[in-house]
Ligand binder design. Structure first.
Ligand SMILES: C[C@@H](N)C(=O)N[C@H](C)C(=O)O
Ligand SMILES: [Zn+2]
Length: 222
């Protein structure tokens, strides 16, 4: 593990998103796995387990900075990582399975006009009450079913940072630099080769489609 990985793992396993509630609740279903067990080469920077996110604090349900996914999705990501490595690249994931209680916290946060702590960094041009209706955050997220993942390739410029809720994060935004456009095209081609579909409002958000038995969950990330 590199120094940067160790630092982010240490920070994120402290995840305060459930510590004040007496520890993790619920059990992961049998068809969910830790990405670290299936694709250890993927770097994990699980933003909602810490404070580096649009709420500016750990999000309920994230007791650890661990990426959990449906097994099929984790295995597909492992194949993406192998492919990326053959090109000298490495994936970093920012969000994976998301407990439903985290989404409930997002909804409550958006309804509180007093809490604008992270506006300049994450939604400088939008009122946060619009973020759900504009599609940037889902009220019923595919993340809660374990088939969605937010990610990037380390070290590449994608034109905007992860979770910048802005038209410039739209996958095919016309105002991108040539480099960012090329990097997004590389990421999309890599992910699509392994069955992932990008969400066109967010270059970082991908789902693996057509899995059976897809259902939302609310066990805590640990
Ligand atoms: C909030 C952002 N990272 C994201 O994942 N957005 C999609 C639309 C979602 O919430 O499912
Ligand atoms: Zn996402």
């Amino acid at each position: 593990m590199s120094r940067a990985d160790k630092a982010s793992a240490t920070l994120l396993t402290l995840g305060g998103g459930c510590l004040d509630q007496g520890g993790p609740r619920g059990e992961p279903p049998e068809n969910f796995v830790r990405l670290a067990d299936v694709a250890p080469g993927v770097r994990q920077e699980m933003r909602y387990a810490g404070s580096e996110n649009f709420m500016g604090r750990p999000v309920p349900g994230y007791c650890a900075g661990q990426c959990w996914l449906r097994r099929e999705v984790a295995e597909a990501l492992a194949a993406v990582q192998r492919d990326a490595e053959s090109m000298g690249r490495r994936l970093v994931v920012y969000d994976c399975y998301r407990p439903q209680r985290a989404t409930r916290a997002f909804i409550a946060w958006a309804a509180d006009p007093a809490d604008e702590l992270m506006k300049a960094e994450y939604f400088p041009h939008l009122g946060k009450e619009t973020l759900f209706d504009l599609g940037y955050i889902a009220r019923e997220s595919a993340h809660s079913t374990g088939v969605a993942v937010d990610l990037a390739l380390i070290g590449l410029d994608f034109g905007t940072p992860f979770d910048l809720f802005d038209e410039a994060s739209g996958s095919h935004f016309a105002g991108l630099s040539a480099e960012a456009k090329q990097n997004r095209a590389e990421l999309f081609a890599l992910m699509e080769r392994h069955g992932f579909v990008n969400f066109d409002k967010e270059w970082w958000h991908f789902t693996l489609e057509n899995l059976e038995g897809v259902a939302p969950h609310d066990f805590d990330v640990r």
